[in-house]
Design a protein around this ligand. Structure first.
Ligand SMILES: Cc1cc2nc3c(=O)[nH]c(=O)nc-3n(C[C@H](O)[C@H](O)[C@H](O)COP(=O)(O)OP(=O)(O)OC[C@H]3O[C@@H](n4cnc5c(N)ncnc54)[C@H](O)[C@@H]3O)c2cc1C
Ligand SMILES: Cc1ncc(C[n+]2csc(CCOP(=O)(O)OP(=O)(O)O)c2C)c(N)n1
Ligand SMILES: [Mg+2]
Length: 570
């Protein structure tokens, strides 16, 4: 069957199971848009190409599949850069398709010509320019395979305009990917495995560091069985949250800069760390010179480049987390290790059972209240998509996720403006889910134009703005480390509820704690999207905090009044 390159692209995407594309048109991609109009693919018109990439990313993170974003050449493509980098740092499978000027014009500084493959070289897993219609199908199939295999990541396919317009034969069977054969997944020698088993069974104070790789590998069941077989306490990374239920008694909570104090202390006292699908980010380790000095380390990790990158390990099991855990599990000796669990319970002290919700209402509204109420009201079942800042950390602390892929957040790049568009993508991935955006007043203003996309697409999303009148996380650093010189952090914002109204979205403003639950309830019952502007305490801070570069156990703790650090155990 002879088709144009643009039609081949649409056919290929349909064959790959794509339903939605998030994008924005322009001259160099116009032939594709013309073909899109005739295809079964649903195109979601965004308001900024950054939004398209975050939507594709949110789609990928909520579904486990590949998200697709599209843009024109030049400014369309460069607007995608932040979203691509966000996906890269969090190993999220996104395929970006950009239009490019005609191949004869390449290198002539033609109108809207930009070397987008050059620009995105360090922030894509793979990228490629296609200048022949007959190469489009195979290249796109390869892009999907590369994006979502091994360690996932973004792939960019840049298609010249003449390739979109030219005709070529399209035969699905003849355009199979031509990639090197897949490597054996578990990629370590037997002595390495034996050493790991020996360490696991001889350890008295083991601790698992559970990361994003568990969800990527679909290893939730194998992981839970492994944990219970060895009776291991588990600490979560931010991106690992959801991979092991928060309500499992062996789940201690989050580690790292804003992790639970007892988790960080347990890491420092452990005699064995078992890192699964996590990459020892500096937000997790603090000062490497003092990190877990008494612990041997096992690293279960698919990307060999991560082994010994930040932390030297004693046994490296390179491979897919699920496969490795399934191989290890039969070798686990059942050990209760009562002394170690008692010691951790001691470190938790009473801070774990003091419930922020049971504190008397002082008339102040704290972000932690809002998020803890949201957790209770949604039975912990919502997909929560956060932005970056204090509210993001409070979400991680006060919303207890039991299911995988229910917390969608930008960890590695920490991209403000991520939440609203990523939530739109998540809603397309899981149309039946209760999707909540938890976003700061700063980050919301970065991509709030996507409210129009919500309206145009008639989708239902609930938006909770945690409005503290500040770029709160930066203000907190200024409070702690710059003598409260609040330079460039007080933030003027529009009346968010009125702004929502102007888009045709219901808007609410909440200032007291008593109104939080009724407003969340009524937003959930309402058929259309609702935006709630929660006016919270302006100068609250996230505790505990390991100052950047400090040792993990050197945490700044919350002054005990008026809030405690943690909510009740889930
Ligand atoms: C304001 C702010 C504060 C933060 N504070 C904290 C904090 O206090 N605590 C915290 O934990 N994080 C914090 N973060 C997030 C932090 O920066 C990192 O993003 C996070 O720690 C990374 O978690 P991860 O290593 O589990 O996930 P990723 O960075 O996604 O790494 C996943 C790892 O799993 C591997 N992998 C992928 N697939 C597989 C597979 N199939 N099998 C095995 N391995 C696989 C990958 O190769 C990679 O090494 C913060 C971020 C921000 C923006
Ligand atoms: C695009 C981008 N610019 C700057 C930063 C640095 N930064 C991190 S958190 C933060 C403040 C966020 O403020 P807000 O969105 O109001 O959230 P809050 O911390 O108040 O909850 C800033 C500026 C960033 N992470 N991303
Ligand atoms: Mg703020």
């Amino acid at each position: 069957m002879k088709l144009t390159g643009a039609e081949i692209l649409c056919e290929t995407l349909e064959h790959l199971g794509v339903k939605e594309i998030f994008g924005y048109p322009g001259g160099a991609i116009l032939p594709v848009y013309d073909a899109l109009g005739k295809s079964k693919l649903h195109h979601v018109l965004v308001r900024h190409e950054q939004g398209a990439t975050h939507m594709a990313d949110g789609y990928a993170r909520a579904s486990g599949g590949v998200g697709v974003a599209m843009a024109t050449s030049g400014p369309g493509a460069t607007n995608m850069v932040t979203g691509i980098a966000t996906a890269m740092l969090d190993s999220s499978p996104v395929v970006c398709i950009t239009g490019q000027v005609g191949s004869k014009l390449l290198g002539s500084d033609a109108f809207q010509e930009i070397d987008i493959t050059g620009i995105t070289m360090p922030i894509t897993k793979h990228n490629v320019v296609v200048s022949r219609a007959e190469d489009i199908a195979r290249t796109v199939r390869e892009a999907f395979l590369i994006a979502n295999s091994g360690r996932p990541g973004p792939v960019l396919v840049d298609i010249t305009k003449d390739a979109q317009q030219a005709s070529a034969e399209f035969d699905w069977d003849k355009c199979a990917p031509k990639l090197p054969p897949k490597r054996r997944r578990a990629n370590y020698d037997q002595p390495e495995f034996d050493r790991a088993v020996e360490l696991l069974n001889s350890s008295k104070r083991p601790l698992i560091l559970a990361g994003h790789g568990i969800m990527i590998s679909g290893a939730m069941k194998a992981f839970a069985e492994f944990v219970h077989a060895g009776h291991f306490p588990v600490a979560m990374t931010l991106l690992g949250i959801g991979g092991f239920p928060a309500n499992d008694p062996l789940n201690l909570g989050m580690m790292g800069m804003h992790g639970e104090a007892w988790v960080n202390h347990a890491i420092q006292e452990a005699d064995l760390l078992i890192a699964v699908g996590m990459r020892f980010d500096d937000r997790v380790t603090g000062d490497l010179r003092t990190y877990a000095k008494s612990a041997k380390k096992i690293h279960i990790e698919i990307d060999r480049a991560e082994i010994n990158k930040n932390v030297r390990v004693d046994a490296a099991l390179v491979g897919d987390a699920r496969e490795v855990l399934e191989l290890l599990e039969p070798h686990m000796e059942k050990k209760e290790r009562p002394d170690w669990h008692t010691r951790i319970a001691e470190m938790k002290g009473d801070s774990a059972v003091r419930d922020i919700q049971s504190l008397p209402d002082t008339g102040h509204l704290y972000a932690a209240h809002v998020i803890n109420d949201l957790w209770k009201e949604t039975n912990g079942d919502a997909i929560v998509v956060t932005d970056v800042g204090q509210h993001q950390m409070w979400e991680a602390q006060y919303y207890h996720h039991n299911k995988p892929r229910t917390l969608v957040t930008s960890g590695g790049l920490g991209t403000m403006g991520f939440a609203l568009p990523a939530a739109i993508g998540a809603k397309f991935a899981k149309p039946e889910a209760d999707v909540w955006v938890v976003v700061g007043d700063g980050g919301f203003q970065m991509t709030m134009a996507e409210l129009a996309t919500i309206v145009q697409e008639k989708i239902k999303i609930n938006i909770a703005i945690i409005n503290n009148g500040y770029l709160g996380m930066v203000r907190q650093w200024q409070e702690f480390f710059y003598d409260k010189r609040y330079v460039a952090t007080p933030l003027v914002a529009p009346d968010f509820a009125a702004l929502a109204n102007s888009f045709g979205i219901r808007g609410e403003r909440i200032t007291t704690r008593a109104d939080v639950v009724p407003t969340i309830r009524s937003a959930r019952e309402y058929k259309e999207s609702v935006l709630i502007d929660f006016r919270v305490e302006q100068e609250d801070s996230v505790y505990p905090m390991v100052p950047a570069g400090a040792s993990l156990h050197e945490m700044i703790r919350r002054p005990n009044n008026p809030l405690v650090e943690t909510s009740a155990e889930p």
